[in-house]
Design a protein around this ligand. Structure first.
Ligand SMILES: Cc1cc2nc3c(=O)[nH]c(=O)nc-3n(C[C@H](O)[C@H](O)[C@H](O)COP(=O)(O)OP(=O)(O)OC[C@H]3O[C@@H](n4cnc5c(N)ncnc54)[C@H](O)[C@@H]3O)c2cc1C
Length: 440
């Protein structure tokens, strides 16, 4: 089996504008590959999936190498909204219907463990990444309260889980001071944080543990040589016993038709100038992250220096929108009109991968010598780190939890290579219309 990467759409390169790059202490540049060599585990992609896989495999006598096309954290891991939420991207009602209660409960527990794994790593390695408690899901329509209450009730009864707090029409405005919301539910086991600081912090731990990270080393060919895999980058060959492909939305055709099971989409974030703690507290009383209830969600939070970081709109063309700043600002100003007087100092975007059922795709190729994990569907900050843990358990033969994900049947994105984007575009327009109608 041979994979050759033929096509790539240009990766986003307006990163110089990201608040995260401005706020994080730069990670020293890592070497580029300059020779061929052998390794035990070769990881493609230095985002959180790749770095977490390396970290969880470290100290087991394995030689571990990470190859990154760009820089550490250059993908979604260093650009995302920083919302570290529990659960899967889909709720337990969906999971129970699809898989039955026992498997749904397994996925719920993994979602809880994912967040705990991240917070434990932050504590263990004392990573200063502005970890802050709480995510509030706010209801944009008058009907949302029913769903929130039903979910809380269900989680308490069936899962013995009660770490949610409900806010009705009267008191949600004290919590999130926007005229747009009718109700809310606070997840106290969720957090928000600066994702690039987290990614750099974990990469530093990898380096301290003798894991070699090579930057500017894009992989363009992977060849199964039966007893090992040959990985081609910059005209050199890395021979490895196992390979982990952790490229998520930036995978392109590196693994052939594997990418037919997810849609890469671009999502955008802006950051205002600092607005001060007092106003920030007036707008979001508990300084939690906020996510709204629409299909095309708004998500936002305050940074460690009290900028409003606001994200949400997405596009599915391979190119990024030119004026991302105004594209997002329109939505932000509808939520908090008083923010209009503050300058928007940063705007950036990134690519993520969405699967049809919104569940992550974990699998193998090349007689299990090649392992991949991607398509966290916008809920990957915790799940990418957890996926690294599951991959390590699989490789070290410690559990079958990776296989519980591998057994999920994923559908191809309809439309093939040509119609995929138009079909998905139409779906986005349809759901935007539903969001609009729901507000009437
Ligand atoms: C704008 C935005 C906002 C988001 N907000 C949230 C959020 O608030 N909460 C949440 O839970 N999730 C969020 N997500 C999703 C989350 O960021 C991702 O699911 C997660 O970071 C994926 O991590 P990863 O390591 O798998 O992929 P990435 O971080 O994308 O890393 C993949 C890496 O692979 C490298 N690569 C690709 N091809 C090659 C190659 N051929 N050779 C070598 N290297 C290669 C890339 O350069 C990249 O560095 C968001 C995503 C985006 C884009």
């Amino acid at each position: 089996m041979i994979f050759t990467k033929k096509r790539t759409y240009k990766q986003h390169d307006n990163e110089k504008d990201s608040f995260y790059k401005y706020s994080a202490k730069k990670l020293p540049d890592q070497n580029k590959i300059t020779e061929s060599f052998s390794t035990d585990i070769c990881i493609i992609g230095a985002g959180l999936t790749g770095i977490s896989s390396a970290l969880h495999l470290a100290n087991n006598g394995l030689k571990i190498t990470i190859l990154e096309a760009n820089k550490v954290g250059a993908g979604a891991s260093g650009r995302n909204g920083g919302q570290l939420g529990i659960g899967m991207r889909k709720d337990q009602f969906f999971l129970e219907k699809k898989f039955g209660f026992e498997r749904a409960k397994f996925f719920w527990n993994i979602g809880l463990e994912a967040v705990q794994t991240v917070t434990n790593l932050i504590k263990k390695y004392q990573i200063d990444c502005a970890l802050t408690q709480g995510i509030m899901h706010v209801g944009n329509t008058k009907k949302d309260y029913k769903y929130f209450l039903e979910e809380m009730n269900h989680m308490e009864k069936k899962y013995d889980y009660s770490n949610y707090e409900y806010f009705d029409y009267k008191n949600i405005k004290d919590e999130v001071a926007s005229a747009r919301y009718y109700s809310g539910i606070l997840s106290k086991d969720s957090y928000h944080l600066n994702p690039l600081k987290l990614t750099y912090g974990l990469a530093e731990v990898c380096i301290e543990n003798n894991i070699k990270i090579f930057e500017n080393s894009p992989v363009d060919k992977i060849v199964d040589k039966h007893s090992e895999v040959h990985i081609h980058t910059n005209n050199y060959i890395i021979k490895s016993k196992k390979i982990i492909v952790a490229c998520n939305g930036y995978l392109d055709d590196l693994l052939g038709s594997t990418r037919d099971f997810f849609m890469p989409i671009n999502n955008y974030i802006i950051a205002t100038e600092p607005i001060g703690k007092t106003l920030a507290k007036q707008l979001i009383k508990r300084n939690c992250g906020v996510i709204d209830s629409r299909f095309m969600i708004d998500y936002y939070r305050f940074s460690e220096d009290y900028r409003l970081l606001f994200g949400g709109p997405e596009t599915i063309t391979s190119k990024f929108v030119k004026d991302a700043k105004n594209f997002v600002a329109k939505r932000m100003h509808k939520v908090f009109p008083e923010i209009k007087r503050y300058k928007i100092e940063f705007s950036w975007g990134g690519t993520l991968a969405i699967s049809v059922n919104r569940l992550p795709i974990l699998g193998y190729l090349m007689s299990q010598k090649l392992i991949y994990s991607h398509a966290y569907s916008g809920h990957g900050l915790a799940m990418s780190v957890m996926a690294g843990k599951l991959i390590s358990e699989k490789i070290l033969d410690k559990s079958n939890r990776f296989d519980m994900f591998n057994q999920i049947k994923h559908l191809k994105i309809p439309g093939g290579n040509i119609l995929r984007r138009p079909i998905y575009s139409s779906a986005i327009i349809y759901y935007r219309a539903i969001d609009f109608l729901n507000r009437l």
